[in-house]
Write a protein that binds this ligand. Structure first.
Ligand code: SF4
Length: 280
């Protein structure tokens, strides 16, 4: 079977740097625990564990001298908590996530009410909102949630997107807010890597040569799921974590399979999937 890659796919700069920082730390004999998956990919998590850097869910579970903060970032108070607990911090927060922390802080200072479009349970969104006064922001994901709030009571609103969202999918939500609000400003917070991977996935999905698409990424990776949602609108599309998830029956009528991968998917997993596809 022929395999055609998307023009842009896989690790973004933020994830590449986070991955490198943890590997260097481990190679130097560092002992640490990562709060949440360093990136949302189970294979990367296993790799880190094999290097002696385990993943924990709560900051209180750390037993090692160093806590690693993931590429998604943490609430600012977690840095204080780590310090007061005598922990060293290895911070792998992506610079684009820090940009949003800064921009949100400035908007609050300038009198805006904040709206975060994203998953309230996602670590990135928790990082932005955990320390804020609950009356100073909303997290919205659905049109009916946006419709249920009287936005007109806020003189100025500023919208921030979780970095890895598919903006088009949430356009209706933002429009629902704009319909009932006095003034809404949108922050340009969807990261370039997410946009590039999504645009390339769209082109691949509409390529007439491509019969089906395999999207590779972790189960918890929001950006991988969005890539799959984009692809499945045009072609049969399958979300896999690695080569072992591939089912030959999916491709019984396919001559060319398109491949794309989320920004937390390491290159070696992509190569492994492509090699398996090519012999199907
Ligand atoms: S997807 Fe963008 S914001 Fe997220 S880690 Fe990668 S570069 Fe940073």
């Amino acid at each position: 079977m022929n395999v055609k890659r998307a023009a842009k796919y896989g690790f973004c700069s933020g994830v590449r740097i986070a991955d490198l920082k943890v590997k260097r730390f481990a190679a130097g004999g560092g002992r640490g625990a990562i709060l949440g998956q360093v990136v949302h990919n189970e294979r990367v998590v296993e790799e880190m564990e094999s290097l002696g850097v385990r993943t924990i869910d709560e900051i209180t579970a750390v037993e090692e001298p160093t806590i690693v903060f993931s590429a998604h970032g943490v609430p600012p108070s977690f840095h204080e908590l780590a310090k007061s607990s005598g922990l060293q911090v290895l911070d792998t927060t992506c610079k684009f996530v820090y940009d949003i922390h800064r921009e949100a802080g400035k908007a609050l200072h300038d009198g805006y009410h904040l709206i975060f479009i994203g998953d309230p349970k996602h670590r990135e969104v928790i990082g932005y909102t955990h320390d804020l006064d609950p009356g100073s922001y909303h997290i919205v994901t659905k049109v009916d949630q946006a419709d249920a709030i009287d936005w007109s009571v806020y003189p100025k609103l500023k919208v921030f997107y979780q970095t890895t969202l598919n903006a088009e999918e949430f356009e209706d939500v933002v429009k629902a807010i704009e319909r009932r609000a006095a003034s809404v400003e949108r922050g340009d917070t969807i990261c370039y890597a997410t946009k590039e991977n999504q645009d390339a996935a769209r082109v691949l999905a509409h390529d007439p040569e491509v019969d089906a698409i395999v999207v590779i990424g972790g189960k918890k990776s929001a950006n991988t799921k969005h890539l799959w949602e984009i692809c499945r609108e045009a072609k049969p599309s399958y979300l896999v974590q690695g080569a072992d998830d591939l089912d030959p029956a999916w491709f019984s009528n396919a001559r060319t399979v398109g491949v794309t991968a989320g920004s937390s998917t390491p290159d070696y997993v992509i190569v492994e999937v492509e090699e398996r596809l090519s012999v199907m």
